[in-house]
Design a binder for this molecule. Sequence first.
Ligand SMILES: C[S@@+](CC[C@H](N)C(=O)[O-])C[C@H]1O[C@@H](n2cnc3c(N)ncnc32)[C@H](O)[C@@H]1O
Length: 286
Amino acid sequence: MKQQFSQILSTPKPFVKWAGGKRQLIPILNENLPETFGTYFEPFLGGGALLFHMLTERQSQKCSISDLNSDLVLSYTTIRDRVEDLITSLKNHEKNYQKDSKSYYYSIRESNPRSQIEKTSRLIFLNRTCFNGLYRVNSKGKFNVPLGKYSNPNIVNEDNLRSVSHILQSSKVSINCRDFEAVLRDAKKDDLVYFDPPYQPVSDTANFTSYTNKDFTYDDLSRLAELCMDLDSKGCRVLLSNSNSKEVADMFSAKPWKINKIQANRSINSNSKKRTGHYELLIRNY
Ligand SMILES: C[S@@+](CC[C@H](N)C(=O)[O-])C[C@H]1O[C@@H](n2cnc3c(N)ncnc32)[C@H](O)[C@@H]1O
């Protein structure tokens, strides 16, 4: 059932913490958007920081969003279609977590619910209570992050879930679970595609690519670079985030690609000296 919106809704923002989430980079991404464009495509959606910013600024923007993580994509459609049932289920998680956080967290981590509501509330509950809000699965696709240290995690952000639901109910937003390459079929001249793939590790210890049970490999990166060239030939506008690595810079060294090295602070650190020094690349063809 579609919700009635008589109340004033808050500005929608990502409903999950997601590794590589772009919330802190919104001002610089915004500055780098073209002034006008057709449909907005975001094929590595994750927490959707830029999507929510875009839909807040341009309510009637046509968008096509997708990701390969099926549980994540299911969460977007559940919030769109059944937000009140989801809130009820999350409140139940919250109540049980408050009784015995450790044993409840691990019992839910081990569970494998079948229903749409239970699957989505499990994902959000684990995301809110696990270590660092990471989503990481092993090679069998099983979520394997330990319990985080929170005294009072915000498990049910009702206002935000309703705002997200409202904004996703627009018939102009389509949501799909698919590999990023599928955008080539759909994107047309003057459409904008923003790619924020799992990053190539810049060091051996920085290897975090397990958002799904399939790692994002160097071959995937080459496939992505080729796709960017094909989209450019179709007249699409392409914006790409990636790690500050020589491989990536080499792939986009020719015209029309422009590479900007931008400062990206990974996390808010209480020690200001540790906040600086991390760079990533922002690449575009316009
Ligand atoms: C860096 S995250 C995106 C973060 C997002 N921009 C945000 O603000 O939260 C990369 C996303 O790519 C998805 N992904 C990984 N491999 C993919 C593939 N082959 N096709 C589509 N999505 C993929 C992951 O599930 C993950 O959600």
